[in-house]
Ligand binder design. Structure first.
Ligand SMILES: [Zn+2]
Length: 163
């Protein structure tokens, strides 16, 4: 019984902390994009719809953007909002593209209790598209965070070389 209460308290505190953070993030969200499910289905590829709107997960591996390290910016593949800069991308060997930081105010964090785990889901703050999860095992010399992102959720735009 005592353990149960402790766990409940822990869950409550964890979700309270995340909600508080979410609240402050949401205040900077001036233009939230709301579309119906049918609109998204029409606009996105089948794969994008599955990952972004149904919270699916890309198969892990070295494909997609996992081993991609060109200089540029990664946009949300649902709404084109700039989410991650290439200088925050690093090799995590986890099988998905990993970043130690997001562009300020663009990514929302929400507690996720699915699949019997306690995780923090990350979504696009503009269109609410599912991006992946955030973990605390990122590079200790920078933020310590690992934004674990589906390749399908993002698209890369190369930085133009100065002329
Ligand atoms: Zn988006």
């Amino acid at each position: 019984m005592k353990n149960f209460i402790l766990i409940t308290l822990f869950l409550f505190n964890a979700s309270y902390a995340i909600n508080a953070q979410q609240k402050s993030e949401n205040q900077s969200n001036a233009k939230f994009m709301k579309k119906t499910d049918a609109e998204w289905k029409k606009e996105l590829s089948q794969e994008q719809y599955y990952i972004l709107r149904q919270k699916g997960t890309d198969r892990p591996g070295d494909g997609g953007y996992t081993k991609h390290f060109e200089k540029g910016t990664y946009l949300c593949s649902g709404c084109n909002t700039q989410l991650f800069e290439s200088n925050s991308k690093y090799e995590s060997h986890c099988g998905w593209p990993s970043f130690d930081d997001a562009i300020k105010g663009t990514v929302k964090q929400t507690s996720d209790f699915s699949l019997g785990m306690i995780r923090t889901e990350i979504t696009c703050n503009t269109c609410d598209g599912h991006l992946g999860h955030i973990f605390d095992d990122g590079p200790k010399d920078t933020t310590g965070k690992r934004y674990c992102v589906n390749t399908t959720s993002i698209k890369f735009i190369k930085t133009e070389d100065d002329k």
